[in-house]
Design a binder for this molecule. Structure first.
Ligand code: AMP
Ligand code: MG
Length: 390
């Protein structure tokens, strides 16, 4: 029995311990994972603030005609407090003056000659209380949260300048294969263009890792061994190709000879069955199969979760979404399958044509990987499935 996707993922996550944390400027922190709760430096808002343009008043004086005795504009508070029978002109975001407890919106007033007629308001109306959004010292983002635009905006608003984040993993990328050429070079007979490390580097960046490309090595022991040796210095080493059962598949044996301990090889998944996972010291090593779609899928199932867990993300496992099949799909009886599909509005998933593991050009039409659990027969059109966004 081959290892299931879930069991293999559990073996990976057990070994993907958070890297050391570092301070990151909030302005640079989008995409990073907070290593500790980040707390507000000030009350937010820092003062009782007006929600409207209008007049600051005492609610008890309303309705009525009040003397306009000053102004509080955003950034320029009134110079004196408000007394009974008075109003102070106020703009949105300005300090509600001492003595006032409500704001009458300008639409509910009628002013002339230093006096204003105001409609009735209740205490607190149109006042945003100091600390109503967050209090100084309160957490704004929890530990283990990935910081997106909203989170960095919230931290900036709360006066935070830097945030403790998990270090970004350095990810060495190595392609193996005598047949591989760089795009732009002419192809001799039997050669193809190397695409996996280009794709993997983009995937690594999207998981906020730092890709360190090591280039391509031919299927010979000496050059593969020395490149693997360099790759093992990184936090994570991703290799492409050479993990299957062919005579020229050298990667696993060479990793072993370099002191890496293999945790698993082969998972009940299609494509990508020959994926290997090993560790040496703190370094995690993923041997991804060379077929480009196998490499794509192996990354999404195992490598992305590992990179996120290394950064300290809480809940680093792949985020499957619910959807429905747009058309029937035959199941594989032995392996769970990740089918390339287009997701249409409403979560309907239409498989793209061309599902073989070398068909990276066909996969380019997809924006989703649909999980088709192994089993007999087919999944009918309309069946509920889980899928990953690409
Ligand atoms: P392998 O896993 O080394 O047996 O390779 C399986 C298939 O993937 C073969 O057809 C290889 O030519 C192809 N392949 C291997 N590495 C790459 C790569 N880096 N880019 C594109 N195709 C590759
Ligand atoms: Mg190969």
């Amino acid at each position: 029995m081959l290892l299931t996707i879930d069991d293999a993922l559990a073996l990976v996550l057990e070994r993907a311990r958070p890297l050391a944390a570092e301070d990151v400027a909030v302005a640079d922190a989008a995409g990073r994972v907070a290593a500790a709760a980040a707390t507000a430096a000030v009350d937010l808002p820092p003062f009782d603030s007006s929600a409207m343009d209008g007049y600051a008043v005492r609610a008890g004086d309303t309705p009525g005609t009040l003397d306009v005795v000053g102004e509080s504009a955003a950034g320029s508070p009134a110079t004196r407090e408000l007394r009974a029978g008075e109003a102070i002109r106020i703009s949105t975001g300005a300090v509600v003056p001492a003595g006032a407890d409500a704001v009458v919106p300008v639409e509910r007033t009628n002013g002339a000659n230093g006096a204003v007629r105001v409609e009735s308001v209740v205490p607190g109306e149109n006042v945003r209380p100091r600390g109503g959004d967050a209090r100084a010292g309160e957490p704004v983002v929890a530990a283990g949260t990935r910081l997106g635009p909203v989170q960095v905006g919230a931290l900036a608003g709360a006066g935070v300048t830097s945030v403790r984040c998990g270090r970004r993993p350095r990810v060495a990328l190595l392609a193996t294969g005598t047949e591989l050429r760089r795009p732009g070079e002419p192809l001799a007979p039997g050669e193809i263009y190397e695409s996996n490390t280009v794709m993997l580097a983009a995937q690594v960046r999207s998981a906020n890792g730092e890709p360190a490309p090591l280039g391509t090595v031919a299927d010979d022991e000496a050059s593969t061994r020395s490149a693997l040796g360099r790759g093992l210095e990184a936090d994570v080493l991703l290799t492409s190709g050479g993990v299957s059962v062919g005579e020229h598949d050298l990667v696993r044996a060479l990793l072993g000879s370099l002191g890496a301990e293999e945790v698993f090889w082969r998972v009940a998944v299609k494509p990508g069955k020959p994926v290997a996972f090993a560790v040496r010291g703190e370094t995690l090593v993923f041997g991804l199969p060379g077929n480009p779609v196998s490499s794509l899928v192996g990354f999404e199932l195992f490598v992305r979760p590992a990179l996120l867990a290394l950064q300290g993300l809480a809940g680093a496992a792949p985020a499957y979404l619910p959807g429905r099949l747009g058309s029937a799909l035959r199941r594989n009886d032995a392996r769970d399958e990740l089918v390339r599909a287009r997701v249409e509005p409403g979560g309907v998933l239409s498989p793209v044509s061309g599902q073989e593991s070398h068909m990276i050009a066909r996969a380019a039409a997809a924006n989703a990987l649909v999980l088709v659990p192994r089993g007999e027969g087919e999944l009918a059109a309309g069946a509920e499935v889980s899928w990953l966004s690409l």
